[in-house]
Ligand binder design. Structure first.
Ligand code: SF4
Length: 409
């Protein structure tokens, strides 16, 4: 027979297990309360009414053609509305329809996108424009499933085009929507997971297809995005006092706004050190065309090397390329952050003997161009903005602002 002293640790162990089970069950139960136990239908009316009185006037909203919704949504991925406006207006002026986009030369397309980043997206736009010309007689399809067949169009963009341009009852779940729905329902699922996004899409689809909810698809989807951008903001304190869901929001009731949405930490970015070279003489500048695939594919950059070179090593490097440097000058450090990698750069101006340019060859894909010519023809990624400033070479968003200032004079 076991003595009391011997049995007690076992009892304690069992009690502990029981306790853990109870806690676990409680957690599971609470998880159930979240999005699945929340009556999403109650969100519709206050949200749509709020949007009617608070929607911002945006260039792509005035006349929500499929083409305009498509271009604006691709531009808006990763970039703020205010930054996108001048890009959108210039793009539509230059390429007013699917046909002109399909026929646009790549260098011009990249120049129109210069500074927006994620250059594959604009290449995909052109591929999709060609698909539309060939397979859909130049008309952007209105059907969600057909839209998904176009290059570069995923669930979110297909949902946005189908609902906003064509009034189809399909959700458009982006980061804003994930955040506001997670908060209003106090759902603490990890919004980085594809399964969580898919589940939210399904729940919103159910609401949108429910005849009793009086959802207006274009209004409902845009209102969710707008609420996320203007009220239930990603950084800083959300403006709950003006939120149409202020009285029904679970995160607010439970005082858990700061901890929602739950977002698993992304992997740390890889750091790459680089030496950037402004190789010039007078008006001529060396540019290098990047490879056809990979990061910043096909764009023009200032020549650069992996790692930090000393001034002596730079001179050696330039000599090995077949040029004769006569002077070198440091122009400081810069940093650029991509989604998975960070560039930490040290820049130098290298002055060559003037006659070097007589032989404006294409060694190592370097081409020597006039700085003025660069403004018009060559798309340079904004990673180099600190060094292009040195050349008084304005690129990206600043270039658009400058040209619109000039044209309004
Ligand atoms: S009440 Fe506050 S936390 Fe809740 S959805 Fe509105 S802004 Fe977001």
């Amino acid at each position: 027979m076991l003595s009391y002293n011997k049995i007690s640790p076992i009892i304690y162990y069992c009690k502990a297990i029981e306790f853990v089970d109870i806690i676990y069950e409680k957690i599971l139960k609470e998880r159930e309360i979240m999005i699945d136990n929340f009556e999403l239908k109650q969100l519709v009316e206050p949200l749509q009414n709020w949007f009617k009185g608070n929607a911002r006037v945006l260039p792509w909203r005035e006349n929500p053609l499929g083409y305009y919704v498509w271009i604006s949504e691709i531009m808006l991925q990763q970039t703020r509305v205010e930054a996108v406006k001048p890009y959108f207006e210039r793009f539509i002026k230059e390429l007013p329809d699917v046909k002109s986009l399909a026929e646009c030369p790549e260098d011009k397309l990249l120049k129109l996108w210069e500074g927006l980043g994620y250059y594959n997206r604009v290449r995909n736009l052109k591929v999709a424009a060609n698909q539309i010309m060939e397979e859909y007689k130049g008309e952007i399809p209105s059907d969600y499933e057909e839209l998904l067949k176009l290059k570069g169009i995923g669930n979110y963009t297909a949902g946005a085009i189908a609902s906003i341009a064509y009034g189809k009852a399909v959700p458009a779940v982006d980061g804003n929507v994930l955040r506001v729905i997670s908060r209003v329902t106090a759902d603490d699922s990890d919004i980085m997971k594809q399964s969580v996004r898919a589940h939210m899409e399904q729940r919103l689809l159910d609401v949108m297809c429910d005849e009793n909810t009086k959802v207006i698809p274009s209004v409902f989807n845009q209102a969710l995005m707008e609420l996320g951008a203007m009220v239930c903001v990603p950084n800083g304190t959300p403006h709950c006092e003006v939120c149409p869901w202020g009285e029904i929001c679970e995160a607010r009731k439970q005082n858990r706004i700061a901890e929602l949405p739950v977002k698993k930490k992304a992997k740390a970015r890889r750091v790459e050190e680089k030496t950037v070279l402004i190789i010039k003489d007078g008006e001529k500048l060396a540019l290098h065309k990047r490879a056809k695939s990979g990061l910043l594919a096909g764009l023009y950059e200032l020549p650069n090397t992996e790692g930090y070179l000393t001034e002596d090593e730079i001179i050696e490097y330039v000599k090995k390329k077949g040029y004769a440097p006569i002077r070198i000058q440091s122009v400081g450090e810069a940093k650029h952050i991509f989604s998975h990698v960070e560039w930490h750069m040290k820049g130098y101006v290298v002055f060559l003997q003037a006659e070097e340019f007589e032989d404006a060859g294409k060694k190592d894909n370097w081409l020597f161009v006039d700085v003025e010519e660069t403004k018009e023809k060559y798309a340079i990624p904004s990673a180099f903005v600190k060094y292009t400033e040195y050349l008084n070479l304005v690129i990206g968003k600043e270039a658009i602002e400058l040209s619109s200032e000039r044209s309004s004079m």
